[in-house]
Write a protein that binds this ligand. Sequence first.
Ligand code: HEC
Length: 100
Amino acid sequence: MIWKMTFIAVIISFMTTVTYADGHKNVELLAASCAACHGTNGHSVGGTPSLAGSDKLHFMKQMDQFVDGSRPSTVMFHHASGYTADEIELLAEFFSKQNQ
Ligand code: HEC
């Protein structure tokens, strides 16, 4: 019995590690597609707003508004529309943690 529980505990901790590592890797991949315009890790070199250090809630709200059209945009409608709510939250978290 105790072995069974240890085994299950090991499997569970393994699963969480993998999920975390995956999420981390994915968000960097997702963020890389923003770099062309918003700079590496959101450090814009001009023309677009810097995303580095932006407030998580502000970020998510802007993305929502680009999608529903309540914030007019030139290109962001297309970029914001391609992500799930989870991915947008991951991106918001990622960019909010970058130094300004
Ligand atoms: C083709 C260039 C381009 C790409 C690629 C791009 N953006 Fe943008 N982004 C813009 C421009 C330009 C604006 C200003 C609003 C507009 O005109 O669309 C903007 C605005 C934003 C804003 C609002 C910032 C603020 O504080 O008001 C957010 C958030 C944002 N982008 C996130 C992203 C994310 C996340 C990605 C990648 C998934 C991304 N953008 C990819 C060009 C781009």
